[in-house]
Design a protein. Structure first.
Length: 173
């Protein structure tokens, strides 16, 4: 009987740990994907900021859509970019009006006590959130391609936004 009393809490702890490991956040995003793999609801303050984006505004006027109907234009994934308790988001475009030639826009929003703010907006093929950190925030690496070259940029968080820390390019082999 004592063994059963000890085993039940251990089994419960094992189930909780297994569930947490299954909830790993998405860190790799690609223009090849229609939507993010771990979707989350987009907060209202983030939608308002997206509506003010120049390209989004252009599509709004072309498509005759109100800013309130924007949530279907995007796919969001919640992520932790720093060690605070506020959720951060990587937003990918889902509306073809926003797509480029083999690149798509990605927005990175950081959560704070005052709400969310835009920390990065890039048009790339891939966006990867790294485990390495600068200024307490995870680094971001992006890739885009031409017919002959791969372009890679590493972004570090500095003064409230992500800035290019290093860029390189190499031929496609």
């Amino acid at each position: 009987m004592k063994r059963l009393i000890i085993l039940v809490p251990l089994l419960f702890c094992g189930l909780v740990l297994a569930q947490r490991s299954a909830e790993v956040e998405q860190t790799a995003f690609s223009a090849e994907d229609d939507k993010v793999q771990k979707p989350a609801s987009i907060p209202d303050d983030v939608l308002k900021l997206l509506a003010s984006d120049e390209r989004v505004s252009g599509c709004l006027s072309t498509d005759n859509v109100s800013a309130q109907d924007l949530s279907g234009w995007f796919s969001a994934s919640e992520i932790s970019l720093n060690a605070d308790s506020y959720p951060d988001y990587v937003i990918a475009a889902s509306n073809p009006c926003l797509f480029g030639a083999n690149i798509n826009p990605f927005w990175v929003f950081v959560g704070s006590k005052q709400g969310h703010f835009l920390a990065l907006n890039v048009y790339v093929h891939d966006l990867n959130v790294q485990s390495a950190r600068h200024a307490g925030f995870r680094d971001i690496v992006t890739f885009k391609l031409s017919s002959t070259t791969i372009y890679e940029s590493t972004f570090h968080f500095k003064n409230g936004e992500y800035v290019v820390a290093h860029s390189s390019n190499r031929p496609i082999e």
